[in-house]
Every structure is written in C-alpha cells, then in structure tokens.
Design a protein around this ligand. Structure first.
Ligand code: B12
Length: 295
C-alpha cells in the first residue's frame, strides 16, 4: 500500500537512519523535522508509517534481515514515545477509548498511532499493547465506561478474531461502538459490516474523524485564536531554524519588527498580503504557514 508522503526529505533521511540501525540519528532527523514546523501528526503519517512500509519492502527483498527489521520497529516505537511526551491534547472530550490489536496480532505500531491520535484529540485512551483475547477485552470494557473500542487487524487470518471480539462486545449492556482498521481491513476487499464493526478508519487521522462521528461529536474546529497561535508558532520555528532574527524577517518581508513579534505570539490577525510576504521571506509555500493539521 502506498501511503501519502509530502515529507520526502525527512522520510528518506529517517529510513536511512533505520537501515543503519542508528537510533540517535533517527531521533535527530525527527527533532529537525519538528523544528521545521512539521507537526507530530504529519510525522506519524508521512514519515513513520511510510518508513515502516519501506522497512517491510527491504526485508521482503532480503536487503534487511529480521534483526534489522526488529531494530527499525523498536527505534520507531522509541521515537513515538518521545513525540507522545510533547503532545498537548486539544482539550479533554470526556470520552474514553480502548485500542488494541485483535487476538494473535503482533503488529502494534498502527494501533499505537491510532491511540496517540485519539489522545491528541482529547480522548482518554487505554492502549492494550499486543492482541487481546475477546473475553478479556470484554471484561476490561465492562469494568470501565468505554465509548469506543478501536480494533486493529493486520493479518487476514486474524479477521475471525475481530469478528469474535465485535460479537462479544455487542452483547454488553452498554455496548461501546467498535471502530475497525489495519492492513487486513479494507472496505474495497471486505464487507466491514460482516465483521460486526460500526465504522472503518483508513489511517490514524481518519480514525479520529470516525470515532467522533460514532459518538456524535463534530469534527474538531479551531477558533481564530487557535489558528493565529498555530501560525505564530510555525513562523517562529521556521525563522529560528533559518537562524534569522525577527529584524531579519522584518526586513526580508518589508514588515515592521513589532508586527512580526505580535504575529509570532499569535496576537496579530494577519492580512493575506502579510502572510504572502512572510511566506516569501521564509521561502516556504503559503499553505505551510496556514495549515491547521500541525500541532
Ligand atoms: C514491523 C512488522 C512486523 C513486526 C511487528 C512488530 C510490532 N511491534 O508491531 C513483527 C516482526 C512482529 C511482524 C510479524 C509478522 N508479520 Co509483519 N510486518 C511488519 C511491517 C514491516 C511493518 C508494520 C508496521 O509497523 N506498519 C506501520 C503502521 C503505522 O501501519 P499500519 O499497521 O497499517 O497502521 C496504519 C493503518 O493501517 C491504520 N490502522 C491500523 N490499525 C488501526 C486500527 C483502527 C481502529 C483504525 C481505524 C485504523 C488503524 O492506521 C495506522 C496509521 O495510520 C509490515 C510491512 C508493512 N507494509 O506494513 C509487515 C507485514 C504487516 N507483516 C506481514 C507478515 C506476513 C508477518 C508475519 C506473518 C511474518 C512471519 N512469517 O512470521 C508475522 C505475523 C506475526 C503476528 N502473529 O502478528 C505482512 C502481512 C501481509 C498480509 N496482510 O497478509 C506484511 C505486510 C509484510 C509483507 N509485505 O509481507 N511483522
């Protein structure tokens, strides 16, 4: 499966670090991408996820052995641990989710991504790690007030386990909604309803949208203040990476230094003309500054 990747530079550097088995280098590549203003969500979806695909291909071609593939996955897990520490949930939604691969499935990274995206969105999340047997999952859910169970299934041979889990969860008095995803669960190839789930998610970002719609929450909307604060942080991050002072940026954009300072603090409602001038001065596309996907 080809995943979308706009962050080709960091992706190539990151895969290179994984292939060489250099954990510190992998962390540095990601830290640099963060300094360039690439949000944790894009790092997950455009660097870490496709890097695992590349590692899988290299392993398949015999260019990497099992030990190297294991190391690559463990490095990516440690990078995710670091990113998780930095994540600021939008605001708590008062919703609880349980995320787990289905019984037997040892592929945890995708499920972990879904868990982290839900946390970033403000859900309280219990991530159960490796595949959980249906009866234990049901027992766990019964003891808590769970709104959503997100089940990940990578191998088609474990789809019956997904079906068993959804059936058992459906029998609970206060049955949670069940969201399905993972490489084995593709609507084009499979009738997701036949697995007993309530919805399907393509990737971790889509998982959040689907989870919200299952519990009747609207998609997250950012206020103008949030947009201005995000843009200010982005401009500050790109400027400092380029080792420019606020005065340098003011001169390069033809704007006043105090105006730049206000913008970076999220206190200035910029005109479109000012956004274009700042983007040109920083040599980035306008879309890079106004994107609201990054946190
Ligand atoms: C790392 C890896 C492993 C590791 C996993 C370690 C770990 N801690 O996770 C280990 C070594 C254990 C492993 C084992 C096996 N693996 Co493996 N593995 C991989 C590899 C290289 C990367 C997986 C990964 O991390 N992907 C990155 C994540 C982010 O992607 P993702 O899981 O797809 O998740 C995204 C979406 O699918 C979605 N998503 C995922 N879960 C959910 C859940 C919900 C609710 C939602 C909404 C969305 C969602 O969101 C995620 C992020 O956007 C893949 C190659 C590949 N192309 O994926 C093979 C791969 C998945 N493995 C494969 C195989 C065959 C196996 C083994 C059978 C090999 C063997 N002969 O032993 C065993 C099975 C073990 C088992 N019982 O599960 C095949 C599966 C083919 C298939 N579909 O049948 C693949 C595709 C390799 C290949 N090309 O052949 N593997």
């Amino acid at each position: 499966m080809a995943r979308k990747s706009d962050s080709t530079g960091p992706l190539n550097r990151y895969v290179d670090a994984l292939v060489r088995g250099e954990q510190a280098l992998a962390h540095t590549v990601i830290a640099n991408a963060r300094k360039q203003g690439i949000g944790a969500d894009r790092i997950y979806l455009e660097v870490l996820a496709p890097s695992q695909d590349r590692i899988g291909e290299l392993w398949h071609e015999g260019a990497l052995n099992v030990a190297q593939e294991h190391l690559a996955t463990s490095i990516t897990m440690s990078v995710m641990d670091t990113l998780r520490e930095e994540m600021q949930p939008r605001r708590l939604l008062g919703m609880r989710a349980v995320v787990t691969p289905v019984e037997g499935d040892e592929h945890v990274l995708g499920a972990r991504m879904v868990a982290d995206f839900l946390s970033m969105d403000g859900w309280e999340v219990d991530f159960l790690g490796k595949g959980t047997p249906a009866k234990d999952l049901v027992e766990f859910v019964r003891q808590r007030d769970v709104d959503i169970v997100a089940l990940s299934c990578t191998l088609p041979e474990f789809l019956p386990n997904a079906r068993e889990a959804t059936a058992a969860l459906g029998k609970l008095n206060l049955a949670p909604k069940v969201l399905l995803g993972g490489l084995a669960v593709y609507p084009e190839e499979l009738d997701v309803q036949s697995l007993g789930g309530d919805a399907f998610g393509r990737d971790a970002r889509h998982a959040v949208d689907q989870a919200r719609s299952l519990v009747g929450l609207e998609r997250p909307r950012l206020s103008l203040t949030d947009h201005l604060a995000a843009m200010g942080r982005k401009i500050n991050s790109i400027r400092t990476t380029l080792k420019m002072t606020q005065q340098d940026l003011a001169e390069a954009s033809g704007l006043d230094r105090t105006y730049i300072s206000m913008v970076e603090r999220g206190r200035q409602n910029l005109t479109m003309g000012a956004v274009v001038k700042i983007a040109d001065a920083l040599n980035v596309p306008v879309a890079e500054l106004v994107s609201t996907e990054d946190r």
